[in-house]
Design a protein around this ligand. Structure first.
Ligand code: 0T9
Length: 378
């Protein structure tokens, strides 16, 4: 059996072999057509915003602990979209289009029930290695998320291990008299791509990640797949505790991040269900193609994506080569003229002091760079 089309069995086999002998940037590898997605990686930050009501609710709650439970619910609520949505929409995990430097993805979730409008900008801030920066904001709710995403991949023989590089900071405006803002540092879990030998890749999460707040509380999320403590795929256990004493668990929840999860140790007066991932996700809305700028993702990849969608892979691959050649020429010109590429929406920050401060609770001395949204002139 298997999911690889008969005509592509040989090329899938050599693709797997090249993954095995390759370390680093999988996104730049040429893959058989059946595994190609028409969607660029610059679109993936939109998964963070697909439950705008949960995002807005991060600013609600009577106290810091209740707000942490809301932030945790929003975070868990993003996982189904982030890690299983290609399987749902396209039958398996697919290889995203490898963004060009400066590629943009701009979208929004219009207000529906008083939660306010949520807006998104993402930019490919590095091509080699691929790094995507993003900023999602709901001004009415007083909530924003800023982060960047990169990956380190390795092959283990039957699966690909993906270490996520990067972090995000959620900013929540305080509603008390002094104002000010609370920060939540979000680290990212490790993932593995399973099922590749059969040509039916899917993602499983493993290890743990943290949400560490300037309010003095932290959430720890532990992941397991089939064969671990629950025996079920896509499982997690999350706990909330004071950052200074992570084993003094105040509240905990567990279950499937792609399904239903329940409170194990519930805050008083809470429903037993923590989150039900069967709740509808709201896809980000973008401008019609004719109104998009030339660096906007769907405009850049218009013909390539059309080819992939219609099964015209020759046209797709020709157009992809055209884009890659243009990029090479551009980079050479920049070097020749001494005018390096300038980021449009973000600035690179070599050492993120907010990260350094908040991460020290779980990892002393750790440091990371980041990308900050440029101030806008209204
Ligand atoms: C950030 C997410 C990330 C990006 C993708 C590993 C992956 C690129 C990065 C981590 C998002 O918030 C969450 C979801 C899916 C991740 C992708 C899954 C994937 O397969 C790709 C890599 C680069 C490949 O395309 C491998 C090729 C192929 C064998 C898999 C289909």
């Amino acid at each position: 059996g298997g999911a690889v089309p008969e005509a592509q069995k040989a090329s899938w086999g050599s693709f797997i072999k090249s993954i095995a002998s390759f370390s680093g940037d999988l996104s730049s590898m040429t893959a058989p057509s059946f595994i190609l997605s028409p969607v660029s990686l610059t679109e993936y930050p939109s998964y963070w915003g697909e439950h705008p009501e949960l995002f807005a609710a991060c600013a609600q709650g009577r106290d810091d602990v209740e707000r942490m439970t809301n932030v945790l619910r929003w975070f868990i609520g993003t996982l189904k979209g982030q890690y299983t949505s290609r399987n749902t929409s396209m039958g398996s995990e697919k290889k995203p289009l490898n963004p060009i430097l400066g590629e943009l993805f701009i979208g929004s979730w219009p207000e529906q029930k008083g939660e306010g409008e949520t807006t998104l900008v993402a930019e490919q801030v590095s091509h080699h290695p691929p790094i995507t920066a993003y900023h999602i904001s709901n001004e009415k709710a007083g909530v924003s998320l800023e982060g960047h995403s990169a990956q380190k991949t390795s092959f283990t023989g039957r699966s690909i291990t993906v270490k996520q590089v990067g972090h995000a900071i959620l900013r929540v405006q305080r509603k008390d008299a002094q104002g000010g803002e609370d920060l939540y540092l979000i680290t990212l879990p490790q993932l593995s791509i399973e099922g590749i030998l059969w040509g039916a890749p899917y993602i499983e999460l493993s290890g743990a990640n943290h949400i560490i707040s300037s309010t003095g509380y932290a959430a720890t999320i532990n992941y397991t797949g089939k064969g671990y403590f629950s025996g079920k795929a896509h499982s997690f256990k999350a706990s909330i505790a004071p950052t200074s004493k992570l084993d003094a668990v105040l509240y905990s929840a567990e279950g499937e991040w792609s399904g239903v999860s329940k409170w194990k140790k519930a805050p008083p007066g809470q429903d037993s269900v923590f989150w039900d991932a069967n709740n509808d996700r709201r896809e980000v809305q973008v401008q019609p193609l004719e109104k998009q700028g030339k660096m906007e993702s769907r405009k850049v990849w218009e013909k390539t994506a059309e080819g992939i969608r219609s099964g015209n892979y020759d046209a797709a691959s020709k157009d992809k080569s055209r884009i890659e050649n243009e990029q090479r020429t551009k980079r050479k010109e920049e070097i020749a003229k001494g005018t390096p590429h300038q980021l449009e929406m973000f600035v690179h920050v070599p050492e993120d002091q907010e990260f350094v401060k908040l991460i020290s609770a779980v990892s002393k001395g750790a440091t990371e760079d980041t990308y900050r949204r440029k101030p806008r002139v209204h």
